[in-house]
Design a protein around this ligand. Structure first.
Ligand code: SDX
Length: 433
């Protein structure tokens, strides 16, 4: 069958180019327009990359219309029900579900690297006592490359694999240490006899004076949260990691950039912003006033936890997390929690309002995740930190995939220039005359 193409014609000159159509396993076809500038002397204009496929990838697939999310072809609903976070890490990194032996080896490699170089613990002291833990995560992860010089050759697959293992292994420790620093408690070292999530909870909440009591419902809720947040195609923070990595920067530095991007309230910072919004609304009777504000074009206030660039149907993660939230709050006898009541009523009203229906604004993963983390005892400023812990594997899997592309080139978007025409320098004596 001949190559299918799209013809792009400049009607001013009659010049045309034939752009090949590339087909994927799932999802829309793409038009390969790499020759546009060379042949027609023009760029495509696509701010915020709304209709741009930035790469080929085999890791995650989202169907925003049908509300589908696949990790290496496996539906998120099945992974949330049957898998665990470390197994999902293996799947995202290596493309297949591990055998028992492969999982044992992978888990063993992760557990060898959960501790931090002791010099890194001094980093936290440089932060103000009330610093946001995301600022510490950016700083400490960015500094990791200064402590592990033995695997800096990103051209070496074994060094790339070591960096991936170190990031997945150390992120919970780095995150928990930031919390302990903020509350003035001693750091808790990781323990290899605990599961990945249990270890995180232990490092976060245990204190020297007593044995930490694990709540298995909370552990299961957190395990699902990490799975749901592990990867999500070319979202803003992942695109940051890929763009940074395209310059051959070290993966620890690239992931530090991803953490900084995730922090924004439009992205991973939304879970914290949802709770602050629910706290601000206070009671269900205040909701109509806020709904009015969310719809007011002149008012920048947005309904946090709603809407998504890709999902124009219910975020499949939100469906799963809604059930986890209900179960956890029932278990903790907290369904009368005012925040939860406001959230349920807000969702009910928002989903019946034309403004949200017309714009296909449904709850996204962040709408419920904040309530779960709140119920788990995580402080508000640690919500996005948990998202970063979960997304670390997605970032490093996408970075690895990019680094394995034979002719990988540095990412370098162009622009539409609207500035001053070329002009000559004027001495200061001549200016304003
Ligand atoms: C995450 O990309 C990913 O995959 C991200 C993520 C991941 O896993 O990595 O899924 C995680 O970031 C989830 C999203 C979390 N963010 C929020 O919950 C913040 C609130 N949501 C909005 O800021 C917004 O919906 C975005 C940022 C999520 C999406 O922005 P878009 O695609 O640029 O949406 P848009 O601005 O084009 O909105 C279209 C219309 C606009 O109105 P009109 O100009 O058409 O009249 O919908 C309105 C927007 O004003 N709108 C909202 C709204 N979201 C969009 N109005 C009120 N409240 C909202 N939340």
């Amino acid at each position: 069958m001949s190559q299918e193409t799209v013809t792009i014609t400049d009607n001013r000159t009659g010049q045309s180019i034939e752009c090949p159509i590339k087909k994927g396993t799932h999802g829309p076809d793409v038009v390969d327009c790499q020759t546009l500038y060379k042949k027609l002397g023009m760029f495509f204009f696509d701010p915020a990359y709304i209709t741009t496929a930035s790469c080929e990838s085999r890791i995650t697939f989202i169907d925003g219309e049908k509300g589908i999310l696949l990790y290496r072809g496996y539906p998120i609903e099945q992974l949330a029900e049957h898998s665990d976070y470390l197994e999902v890490c293996y799947l995202l990194l290596y493309g297949e579900l591990p055998t028992k032996e492969q999982m044992g080896d992978f888990k063993g490699s992760i557990y060898q690297h959960t501790m931090l170089h002791e010099g890194l613990l001094d980093f936290y002291k440089g932060f103000r006592h009330d610093a946001h833990p995301m600022s510490m995560l950016v700083g400490v992860v960015g500094a990791l490359s200064a402590y592990y010089p033995d695997a800096m050759d990103i051209g070496n697959p074994e060094h790339r694999k070591m960096s991936a293992v170190r990031l997945i292994a150390k992120m919970p420790t780095i995150a928990a240490n930031s919390y302990k620093y903020l509350i003035g408690h001693p750091y808790v070292y990781p323990r290899n006899n605990l599961g990945y999530v249990e270890n995180f909870m232990h490092m976060m909440f245990s204190v020297p004076k007593e044995e930490y009591q694990f709540n298995q419902t909370a552990i299961k809720a957190l395990e699902i949260m990490l799975i749901l947040h592990a990867d999500h195609e070319q979202n803003a923070s992942t695109s940051t990691v890929r763009l940074a990595g395209s310059s051959q920067a070290h993966p620890f530095s690239c992931v530090a950039g991803g953490i900084a991007t995730l922090w924004g309230p439009g992205h991973g910072g939304a879970n914290e912003a949802v709770i602050r919004m629910l706290q601000q609304i206070g009671t269900p009777k205040n909701i109509p006033l806020y709904i009015k504000r969310f719809k007011d074009k002149k008012d920048p206030t947005r309904l946090m936890g709603f809407g998504h660039r890709v999902y124009k149907n219910y975020d499949p993660r939100a469906k799963i997390i809604r059930n986890v939230c209900h179960t956890l709050l029932q278990e903790l006898d907290a369904t009368q929690q005012p925040l939860f009541e406001v959230a349920m009523e807000l969702e009910r009203i928002a989903l019946s309002e034309d403004y949200f229906i017309e714009r296909k604004l449904y709850p996204n993963v962040d709408f419920y995740s904040g309530m779960i983390m709140s119920a788990l005892g995580l402080p508000l400023n640690m919500f996005t930190v948990l998202f970063a812990v979960a997304r670390t594997v997605g970032w490093i899997a996408q970075w690895t995939e990019m680094m394995e592309v034979p002719d990988m080139r540095i990412g370098r978007p162009r622009q539409l220039y609207l500035g001053s025409k070329q002009r000559d320098y004027v001495s200061i004596e001549q200016r304003g005359i």
